[in-house]
Ligand binder design. Structure first.
Ligand code: 13P
Ligand code: SF4
Length: 302
């Protein structure tokens, strides 16, 4: 059944000149189906550059919005409209507008995990891959970083001279991981390198041998001479890690590291999405242009 469905998806994809773009947290079957699998930054860049009329975004809502902001001429589809990001929902345009009124001097730096309406009120976007590199360049600015307090805190520890105010949002999946979980894994797997996503709590980041985005973690696992790793990010990343390094051992730090939203997209959703052009991401042009500026600033500095 699955093979039949996959072949129908490929047929529709060709007919529509579509590209399927997936995040590393998607299920293995979706990652294997995709034309491109990447972290948030790579997905955004690929969607912008690929020669396609239609982008099928296998990820969460803000990723489809980012694709549409950067490629307004392409049809952008989110196969499962319920796939949202609870962290992105922790800041809305109304609260951000109120903050801006109270603190007009704050330079607004938004994690890409935000809605298009929040991006439209943002000075510059960042992803976990480029946040350090970009914020290092923002001299003499009083920054409001949103919505991820954990990523913001990590950046501020690396760039202590930057004056950063942190919005109190967080990723429920990464924040669930506790230092005790990592410590128990270190006892079970002595000598394993601990690779941590910066959306984790600072107490977990303190235990890391390496901190990086999903793409950073995958790269580090290949570059390192270590043979065994404790992985502190969403479990979907194990698929690519095992594909790239079949001889190395990867241990998920906890079974709690599962994002329900990232697992909502199924093969059937991708099929129906291509068949019916559902669910199309539509953004009004004024909002899109304002949000585009924040993403364009990011691409220029990254
Ligand atoms: P990256 O893909 O940028 O590492 O972000 C992780 C994430 O939580 C995406 O939702
Ligand atoms: Fe959002 Fe966290 Fe899920 Fe990423 S892993 S989509 S940040 S809830």
């Amino acid at each position: 059944m699955s093979l039949e469905l996959i072949s129908k998806i490929h047929q529709l994809k060709t007919e529509k000149n579509a590209a399927i773009i997936a995040h590393y947290y998607q299920s293995p079957e979706i990652q294997d189906l995709a034309d491109f699998v990447g972290d948030s930054l790579a997905m955004a860049k690929y969607g912008k550059d690929v020669d396609a009329d239609c982008l099928v975004i296998c990820g969460v809502k803000f990723m489809a919005e980012t694709a549409k902001i950067l490629s307004p001429e392409k049809t952008v589809l989110l196969p499962n409209p319920d796939a949202g990001c609870p962290m992105a929902d922790m800041v809305d345009a109304k609260s951000l507008s109120m903050h801006k009124k109270r603190h007009p001097n704050h330079y607004i730096v938004s994690y890409v995990n935000t809605s298009v309406d929040v991006k439209a009120l943002t000075d510059i976007c960042v992803t976990s891959s480029n946040a350090l590199h970009i914020i290092r360049q923002l001299d003499q600015k009083e920054i409001l970083f949103l919505p991820d307090k954990n990523l913001g805190h990590y950046i501020n520890t690396q760039l202590p001279n930057q004056q950063m105010h942190l919005w109190p949002g967080f990723c429920r999946t990464h924040d669930r991981l506790k230092p005790e979980d990592v410590k128990s894994m270190k006892v079970l797997y002595p000598g394993a390198e601990v690779l941590v996503h910066p959306e984790c709590d600072p107490s977990v980041i303190d235990l890391a041998d390496f901190v990086g985005s999903t793409a950073g973690i995958i790269h580090r696992a290949s570059a390192s001479s270590a043979q065994s790793f404790i992985i502190c990010t969403e479990e979907g990343v194990l698929h690519r890690l095992k594909q790239n390094e079949p001889e190395k051992a990867f241990h998920l730090a906890s079974s709690k590291l599962l994002c329900q939203n990232m697992k909502k997209t199924k093969l059937e959703d991708v099929y129906r999405s291509l068949l019916n052009n559902s669910h199309e991401t539509i953004i009004d042009e004024t909002t899109r242009l304002a949000a585009y500026d924040a993403l364009d600033q990011m691409l220029a500095l990254s």
